[in-house]
Design a protein around this ligand. Sequence first.
Ligand SMILES: C[S@@+](CC[C@H](N)C(=O)[O-])C[C@H]1O[C@@H](n2cnc3c(N)ncnc32)[C@H](O)[C@@H]1O
Length: 250
Amino acid sequence: MKNIDFDFVADIYDAYVAVGFDIGFFSKYAKEIKGKTLELMCGTGRVSIPLLNNGIDLTCLDYSQEMLRVLERKTIGLSNQPRIVCQDVCELKLDEEYELIYIPFNSFSEIVDRDKQKAALARIFDHLAQDALFICTLYNPCYRIKTADGLLRILGRFPMEPEESLVVSYYNHYDDKTEAVKGMQFYEIYDSKNVLIDKRFLDIHFSLLSRAAFEKMALESGFAMRDVYGDYDCAPFSEESIYMNFVLEK
Ligand SMILES: C[S@@+](CC[C@H](N)C(=O)[O-])C[C@H]1O[C@@H](n2cnc3c(N)ncnc32)[C@H](O)[C@@H]1O
């Protein structure tokens, strides 16, 4: 059972997640290493495709068959082909060792269960070469919790082919007993005359990990903490930061 079932929105994901603010950050690390790179929870390849275009030797892993189907379509014709794997990161088992592993876009928090988070970190550690890096980017919970207040918000209106538009709205609420956020995301697709032609919703459930909680698990899994950045330009993390970008070393 998936916490957020992206299979259901894989065909429209690229329309409403058309951002690239983190690509330079991951590219910088990937270009610095010589061997193989593994992107976990890669989705439709928002980050993977630019890295492949930069010649990175990349394995892309996700457990959503439909998200990977979109990625596969986007890689047709690329001279640098990725290895694409459908697998749960908590049960990660590949026959290769990596010089860099990363998880973009707050996706680690989609593993809600603490034991499964620890299992994922242990599996990631085992797949890294000695001295290699694991980068995990999360939201600073102090920032993210502000919009987990139960209010309905509009994420935006996004153009879609052919002459359609997608309106995405959501609400989140924080449950302090489970330290998790639950909610729903609503998707409405309108034709060129603004007539509603499709409506879907997606259940949302992710954990809000504190810096201390993540660091404790990472250290217990054997990692050393190299850096914690508060953004994608490598500014140091502070309580006011939006992001919590961990660079861990084996
Ligand atoms: C928010 S999307 C991010 C996709 C992409 N990395 C990006 O930045 O646009 C989260 C992705 O993580 C995947 N995912 C969530 N839990 C997973 C797990 N336990 N194992 C593998 N993939 C997982 C989902 O299927 C989804 O494609």
